[in-house]
Design a protein around this ligand. Structure first.
Ligand SMILES: *Cc1c(COP(=O)(O)O)cnc(C)c1O
Length: 411
């Protein structure tokens, strides 16, 4: 086999399908969020970022930065090992205590990312509980799918956000069979929110465990911001709450929060936890500071929701096809990979606005879209400019203006 030729051919196929990924080369500007510098064609351009998952701008919050600086001065750059072999820093211990308290759980466990948290927790539970069967929402994130796949447990896919479909799948097994039901709270590509309470009703009726991914909700929903489970009063009904430290918390890393025995079990048997070096102490310190700010700051969440609602309303008034998201995510349907890329390019090059095109396999073919994430730090002036620019791009490319479009999958 001509290996290099094979790689090049597959890449050229991607390009001809219009879904070759080009990364925007950005330099974020601390103190100026959501403004960033964009290195492009040998020049530097100032852009306003409208697609960041640093949903609340916490990545540059003064208390978060101060905590990171202090930790790097006290402890240095890296953790120095896996958690078991010299890599448990006091900041990790403090952060796990904070995560447990924040989620109203007995314990919490850190991972190097939200991806690893899902993959390790699900593969460990699914592979080591004898006879365990897994039930997974059809739109679950790739990290959950991979964890379930690696567990080699029998699995059933239920219809998206559909408790009846889950009930049907669970009903095929006797009550004694160990079962794990896996879903997200906020689905990040459509911006819809799962009926958590109804899913718990069904799971409980079949004596199944529940595992919820709150990656796109942690920091943003509930009185103290721990997620939709908190908002809906169902945290005690979730066997495992999983999320990331890299999105609204603004740093990097992932976690699960659960009972002491379950957390101790994954700590003791989870390869992706055991065999990987722990997060740098400065990262743990920064995440800890960020969560403390978020717990006491409902006004950040209120402003966030207001920004998203205002943007949805303003775009809808102009007949721009905003999908009917009930969350802080504002997806705008384009429905064609090439046009989606062109719209994004025009926004960037002509209007100084960065919104990455979302294409297959992150979303299904023909549901390509612009996924806009307004933050509390986007001003009215920035929003005026965004709305005007989108309207102009829609005219220039003659994009469709009909309302509503349905979709799937996530990144
Ligand atoms: C981003 C994402 C993850 C992975 O989290 P990271 O910390 O970025 O690895 C997991 N689940 C969902 C739903 C996500 O969108």
């Amino acid at each position: 086999m001509d290996y290099q030729h094979y790689f090049a051919k597959r890449i050229s196929d991607l390009k001809s399908e219009g879904r070759y990924r080009i990364f925007a080369d950005l330099e974020r500007q601390c103190g100026r969020f959501p403004v960033a510098l964009n290195h492009r064609d040998g020049k530097v351009h100032e852009v306003v970022v409208w697609c960041s998952n640093d949903y609340l701008g916490m990545g540059q919050h003064p208390e978060v930065l101060a905590a990171a600086h202090e930790a790097i001065d006290r402890c240095g750059a890296g953790a120095g090992g896996t958690r078991n072999i010299s890599g448990t820093n006091h900041y990790h211990v403090l952060l796990e205590q904070e995560l447990a308290a924040w989620n109203a759980k007995e314990a919490a466990l850190l991972f190097t990312s939200g991806y690893v948290a899902n993959q390790t927790a699900l593969s460990t539970l699914g592979s080591t509980i004898p006879g365990c069967v897994i039930f997974s929402d059809e739109l679950n994130h790739n990290s959950m799918i991979e964890g379930i796949r690696q567990s080699r447990a029998p699995k059933h896919i239920f219809r998206h956000n559909d408790p009846e479909s889950l009930d049907e799948a669970l009903s095929a097994y006797p009550k004694e069979t160990p079962k794990l039901v896996v879903f997200e709270s906020v689905y990040s590509m459509d911006g819809d929110i799962a009926p958590l309470s109804a899913l718990c009703d069904v799971a409980e009726a079949h004596n199944a465990m529940t595992f919820v991914d709150e990656v796109h909700a942690a920091g943003m929903y509930g009185a103290e911001g721990s997620g939709v489970s908190e908002r809906d009063g169902v945290r005690h009904r979730m066997t495992v709450i999983q999320a990331t430290l890299a999105k609204a918390i603004g740093v990097v890393g992932g976690y699960i929060a659960a009972s002491s025995s379950l957390v101790d079990y994954v700590r003791s048997f989870g390869p992706g936890f055991i065999f990987s070096s722990s997060l740098p102490p400065m990262v743990a310190a920064a995440a800890l500071a960020s969560i403390k700010v978020l717990r006491r700051s409902p006004e950040i969440r209120e402003r966030h929701q207001e920004r998203a609602a205002t943007l949805k309303r303003r775009l809808t008034e102009l007949s721009i096809p905003v999908m009917d998201s009930v969350s802080h995510i504002v997806p705008v349907m384009v429905g064609n990979a090439a046009l989606c890329k062109q719209a994004s390019d025009l926004l960037l090059k002509k209007h100084g606005i960065y919104v990455q095109p979302i294409n297959y396999p992150t979303v299904p073919v023909n549901t390509e879209r612009l996924r806009i994430t307004p933050t509390p730090l986007h001003t009215d002036e920035m929003m005026d400019h965004l709305v005007k620019s989108i309207a102009s791009v829609w005219d220039e490319l003659d994009l469709h203006k009909a309302h509503h479009a349905k979709s799937a999958a996530a990144e």
